[in-house]
Design a binder for this molecule. Structure first.
Ligand code: SF4
Length: 219
């Protein structure tokens, strides 16, 4: 709210500082400063990363959005741009990097591969979408998405940040956030969240025994 509005509402603002006073909410100023200084993590996974690099160069120039400070450390990053094919070998490292980022943090799935596996969806080495392991805030379609599409993704993320309130975001509560379970690459990729299911599938006899034991205890 500007000075004129404030004066018309009856606020007593001395004439010498009129034009320099404005009133806003804490959320608005906090989100405004956060969304204009997002620091992306500097890493790329495949061909989409070339388009990400192009977005940072002079023609598209993400410095206009305060995003040119790509950080080589997850501990200084606000945004993970998953730019490329996510392999089963790489996903444990991606989740580990995500866990090392401080809150508030955001994830942008850039391109068909990161969003759903892309042309390699059926490949035995590929994760069909990074959102199976980390929460994704914005998806960008395309193979590869152009730098303009990436910029549009950034603007979509900014809009999302604008709509957040420190009253209800999970990262502003008293309890610490829980780290995501790191997938394990063995003969195939295993998600620690699904260990019980995997155990039941690979040890049918043992799980039947466990089940009958628990039924006996209940009886
Ligand atoms: S979406 Fe296309 S351009 Fe991007 S990493 Fe996959 S194959 Fe490469």
């Amino acid at each position: 709210m500007g000075t004129e509005d404030l004066v018309s509402k009856g606020y007593d603002i001395p004439p010498e500082i009129q034009g320099q006073v404005t009133v806003t909410t804490l959320d608005k100023i906090y989100n405004w400063s956060r969304e204009r200084s997002i620091w992306p993590m500097m890493f790329g996974l495949a061909c989409c990363a070339i388009e990400m690099i192009a977005a940072a160069a002079s023609r598209y120039d993400i410095a206009r959005m305060g995003m040119e400070v790509m950080r080589p450390s997850p501990r200084q990053s606000d945004l993970m741009i998953v730019s490329g094919t996510v392999t089963k070998k790489m996903i444990p490292q991606i989740v580990r990097l995500y866990n090392q980022m401080p809150e508030p943090k955001y994830v942008l799935a850039m391109g068909a591969c990161a969003s759903g596996g892309g042309p390699f969806k059926e490949g035995y080495t590929v994760v069909s979408g990074v959102d199976k392991f980390v929460p994704v805030d914005v998806y960008i379609p395309g193979c590869p998405p152009t730098p303009q599409a990436l910029m549009h993704g950034f603007m979509t993320l900014m809009k999302k940040i604008e709509g957040q309130s420190i009253k209800d975001v999970s990262w502003y509560q008293k309890a610490p956030s829980t780290p995501l379970p790191i997938p394990v690459l063995g003969p195939d990729l295993m998600n620690p969240d699904q260990y019980a299911k995997i155990y039941a599938a690979t040890h049918p006899a043992a799980s039947e025994a466990d089940q009958s034991e628990s039924e006996e205890v209940q009886a």
